[in-house]
Design a binder for this molecule. Structure first.
Ligand code: FBP
Length: 306
C-alpha cells in the first residue's frame, strides 16, 4: 500500500533513522483501520507484571490466554500490540505478520518496594519475534531514574541500529511526587519531554490534570498564562513539549472506567488536543470482547476524524 502524505510528513520528523526503523514506523502507521491517518491506537497488555494476573484478567478471564489479546488487537483494527516477552512468545508465530508488535523490555511489579523496573527481554528477542518496536518504561522522579535512562540509552542505541522503533512509557513517580503530582500538567509535560530527549520515536504518557506541581515551574506556567483549563489545552501543551509536535505522543487509558460514554468523551478531548493516539489496556481487555470491540471501534473513529 502506498503511504499517505500524512505518514510521509511524520517520517520526515525522524531525520536520523535508518530505513529499517522508518519501515517499522510505516508498518504501524499503515496498519488497521487508522492506516495512513498518522494516528495510532495500541493495545498494551503488560499489566500482569505491573498489577498481577487476577487484577488484570479476572474481570474477563479470556484475557489469561495471551492469544486473546493478539486477536483482539487484530479484530479491532488497531495499529500495534505491546506486551512483555512471554506474552509475545505465546502468540508470535500464530499471529506472525498480522499485527505489528512492541516488545515491552522492562517491567515493575506490585510486590517490589522500589520504584524500579527489571529488563526482561533483549533486542535479539525483539528481532526473533518479528517485533516492530521495543517499549521501555522510565520513572522520572524515582531514585532509579538515572539508571533507567542509562538502560534506555543502551537499548535504544541497539534497537535503532537493528532498525526497530523505540516507544517510551514515561511515568513520573518518586519521593517528590504525591499521586496528584504524578499526573500534574508540568510533570507530565516534563516526563514527555525527557522521553523525547532520550530518543523515543513514540512517547507514551498519562493524560494530565490541571494541577501544577514543581514550584519553579508553577511560576512560569502562571506568568506565561499557559492554558490548562481543558483537557484539549493540556494535551496540546504536552504535544508542544515533544519537539513542537514533531514526535508521536500517545496517551494511556488508566483504570477500567465502567461508564464507557464518559471514557469516550475523555478520549475525544485528548484527540482534540492533537494527540497522536491512544494506548488503552485495561479499558479494552477487561471488558467482554464484544463490548471491547465496540469501544475500540469508537476510539478508532475518533482518531480517524481527528
Ligand atoms: P492501561 O490503559 O491499562 O492503563 O495501560 C496502560 C499502561 O501504561 C500499561 O502499559 C501499564 O501496565 C499501566 O498503564 C500502568 O498503570 P499504572 O501506572 O496505573 O500502574
Amino acid at each position: 500500500m502506498a503511504i499517505t502524505e500524512k505518514v510521509r510528513t511524520i517520517l520526515g520528523w525522524y531525520e536520523s533513522d535508518n530505513p529499517g526503523t522508518k519501515g517499522n514506523l510505516v508498518r504501524m502507521l499503515m496498519q488497521g483501520k487508522l492506516a495512513g491517518t498518522g494516528k495510532l491506537v495500541i493495545l498494551p497488555v503488560d499489566q500482569g507484571f505491573e498489577h498481577g494476573p487476577a487484577r488484570s484478567f479476572a474481570a474477563n478471564p479470556a484475557g489469561y490466554d495471551p492469544r486473546y489479546h493478539f486477536q483482539l488487537a487484530i479484530d479491532a483494527g488497531l495499529s500495534a500490540y505491546a506486551a512483555p516477552l512471554g506474552m509475545l512468545e505465546a502468540g508470535a508465530a500464530e499471529f506472525a505478520g498480522q499485527i505489528p508488535t512492541i516488545l515491552k523490555m522492562n517491567s515493575s511489579n506490585s510486590l517490589a518496594t522500589e520504584k524500579d523496573q527489571a529488563v526482561t527481554a533483549s533486542i535479539a528477542d525483539a528481532l526473533r519475534l518479528g517485533c516492530s518496536a521495543i517499549g521501555f518504561t522510565i520513572y522520572p522522579g524515582s531514585e532509579y531514574c538515572f539508571a533507567q535512562m542509562e538502560e534506555l540509552r543502551e537499548l535504544a542505541e541497539e534497537a535503532k541500529a537493528a532498525g526497530l522503533v523505540v516507544v517510551v512509557w514515561s511515568y513520573p513517580r518518586g519521593p517528590l511526587l504525591d499521586k496528584a503530582g504524578e499526573t500534574a500538567l508540568d510533570i507530565c509535560a516534563y516526563a514527555a519531554h525527557m522521553a523525547a530527549l532520550a530518543g523515543a520515536h513514540i512517547i507514551k504518557v498519562k493524560p494530565p490534570t490541571d494541577k501544577l506541581s514543581l514550584p519553579a515551574a508553577i511560576k512560569v506556567y502562571e506568568e506565561q498564562h499557559i492554558p490548562r483549563a481543558t483537557m484539549a489545552e493540556r494535551i496540546a501543551h504536552v504535544v508542544q513539549c515533544c519537539f513542537a509536535g514533531r514526535r508521536l505522543v500517545v496517551f494511556s487509558g488508566g483504570d477500567n472506567v465502567k461508564d464507557t460514554d464518559s471514557f469516550i468523551a475523555t478520549i475525544q478531548q485528548i484527540a482534540d488536543g492533537g494527540a497522536s493516539g491512544a494506548i488503552v489496556g485495561r479499558n479494552s481487555f477487561q471488558r467482554p470482547r464484544d463490548e471491547a470491540l465496540a469501544m475500540l471501534g469508537r476510539i478508532v473513529d475518533i482518531y480517524a476524524k481527528a
